[in-house]
Every structure is written in C-alpha cells, then in structure tokens.
Design a protein around this ligand. Structure first.
Ligand SMILES: Nc1nc2c(ncn2[C@@H]2O[C@H](COP(=O)(O)OP(=O)(O)OP(=O)(O)O)[C@@H](O)[C@H]2O)c(=O)[nH]1
Ligand SMILES: [Mg+2]
Length: 279
C-alpha cells in the first residue's frame, strides 16, 4: 500500500525524543489495543537504549476481549511490563496510576517522577494523560496529529510529558499499514481509502464474518470479497446517479464503522503475528 507522508519529519521527531530522554525517568510507549504489533513504533524502542519503559495499549474496550487476554498471556511470558487501558470506561487506569505512583519509592527519588508519553498518532496519549490527571490538561481530538509540541502536565506525585504522535519512518508490512489506517493513526489524506476499506472488509470476512453479516444484513453464503464489499454499498444506499456504487462514501463509512466498534470489537493483530519485535 502506498502511503505518502514525511519520513523525514518522523525521523526528526524520534531524534527530538532522544534528546528529551535524559530529562525523564520512564517512558510510556502508548499503542492501540486493536493493533498491538502495528501501533508500536519500533524506531522509538530502538532509541530508548537502557531507559526504563513500559507499554500501554489504550482503547482496550474497542478491541476484541479474547485477543486482549491472549496478548496479556503473551506478555506475561516476557519481562516487558504492559498495561491495557481504556480512557472511556477507565479500564486499567487505576492500575497504571498506582504503578506510576509506586515508582517514586522504587527508584528512591525525593522529587516527582518524570514520565514521557510517546506513541503513534491518535492512540489516545493526550486523553490518557487527562484521564490520569483527572482534568482536561491536554488537547484531544479524533484525528492524527493533534498534539503539535511537547507539554508537561503535573499529576499527583509525577509529571507527564505529552508528545506529538510519530509514525515509523518506514512501514514494511502491508498488514501493519492497513491496521494503522483503520485505527486512525495515518491521516486520511495520505492513503487510498478505497484500498484500505477493501482490505478491512477482507480482514473482517476472515476474522469477524458473523459480525459483518449481522451489521450489514449480508448473505451469509456470499464469501466473495468484492461482492460483499459492493453489497455493503448497495445496502447502505451509496449509489451514484448512473446506478454505480459510490466508492468514496462506501470507503468512508467502512473506515468510520470499523474504527468505532460498530461492527464488532476488532483486533487487527494477534500474538502469532509477533516475530522479531518481542521487546
Ligand atoms: N474509545 C476510546 N477512545 C479513546 C480512548 N482514548 C482516546 N480516545 C479517543 O481517541 C481520539 C484521539 O485521542 P488523543 O488523546 O487526541 O490521541 P493522541 O494519541 O494524543 O493523538 P495525537 O496527539 O494526534 O498523536 C479522541 O477522539 C479520544 O476521545 C479510549 O481509551 N477509548
Ligand atoms: Mg495528543
């Protein structure tokens, strides 16, 4: 899939983050629970060196519950500290806050702990900070690229540094690119919405077939990707004047619905997708 963004900007953002590292005690690498593999920017992980970090997979209540459990099992076997959270239901938030509060004693600091919050765009970094802080201190919005500059926010016992979302400079896997587009981490202007929405339908047919059938009242026996895709368009009335499918409206609707759990709680990645980036 051809995604056109600015790898140069991304590489610069990672360099800026590296400069900040000496000012922080711990890094929260925030990803999306629906794309545990694709939403962790390995460029970040590589520059962290020996800096202590934990992974937080947010929007857990939009992700497939069963797959969340599988990921928790997967991470139990590694030395990596992982939290699954959701800012809407507050799932996992008390545990994460308690962990951060406990660091002061663990690290024997007499001052406040400084926590850098990083991750790919739109995973809820700013919302997570607001939820932990208990106030709307950071700006949030449902599109990538909302936070433009670093900002320190004081909570009880620690400081949180909100940072702009950064994508990997290079996304090698097509599957990762589709997942990142589906969770809203990539700006809609830089990918082909028709191609991504079609890939999403293929993925849903293979993994969430019944949910798809129910959501769009589809023929259960129809297993042809294109026919299902176009049928969704017809069922939703996305028809152009001459009678053809309005692919623009169809792809926009699929992206919106797949990204908001209207079809199902969807997880794009599974533990078996992990090959090398166990870190
Ligand atoms: N359902 C759900 N939505 C969330 C959660 N956290 C954040 N959101 C929504 O996701 C969108 C993005 O949240 P932000 O906090 O702005 O994301 P960000 O990671 O700071 O984004 P950038 O600053 O653009 O990198 C907003 O519409 C939030 O309301 C969550 O845990 N569950
Ligand atoms: Mg933000």
């Amino acid at each position: 899939m051809n995604i056109q963004w600015y790898p140069g900007h991304m590489a610069k953002a990672v360099r800026l983050m590296k400069q900040q590292l000496s000012n922080v005690d711990i890094v929260l690498v925030v990803g999306d629970a629906r794309a545990v593999k694709a939403s962790v920017n390995m460029d970040f992980i590589r520059v962290l060196g020996n800096k202590k970090y934990i992974k937080v997979f947010n929007k857990a209540c939009l992700a497939d519950e069963k797959i969340n459990e599988e990921w928790l099992e997967f991470y139990k076997k590694s030395s990596q500290k992982v939290f699954f959270t959701d800012c809407m239901s507050k799932y996992g938030i008390p545990q994460l806050t308690q962990y951060l509060s406990s660091l002061k004693d663990k690290l024997r600091f007499s001052r406040e702990i400084r926590v850098m919050v990083t991750g790919v765009p739109n995973v809820g970094k700013s919302m997570l900070i607001n939820t932990i802080a208990g106030r709307a201190a950071a700006v949030t919005e449902n599109r990538p690229g909302v936070t433009r500059a670093n900002k320190w926010i004081k909570c009880q016992g620690f400081y949180l540094l909100d940072t702009p979302g950064v994508l990997p400079a290079k996304i090698d896997s097509e599957k990762d690119a589709v997942a990142l587009a589906a969770i809203g981490s990539i700006k809609e202007t830089v990918f082909d919405a028709e191609q991504v929405s079609f890939e999403i339908i293929k993925f849903l047919m293979e993994n969430y077939h019944q949910n798809l059938v129910e959501r769009y009242s589809l023929d259960e026996m129809d297993h042809d990707y294109l026919s299902v895709y176009e049928n969704i368009g017809r069922k939703r009335g996305f028809i152009k004047k001459g009678g053809g499918i309005d692919y623009e409206r169809l792809s926009a609707a699929i992206l919106k619905e797949a990204g908001s759990s209207l079809i199902a709680r969807i997880s794009f990645d599974r533990p078996e997708d992990m090959t090398c980036n166990l870190k």
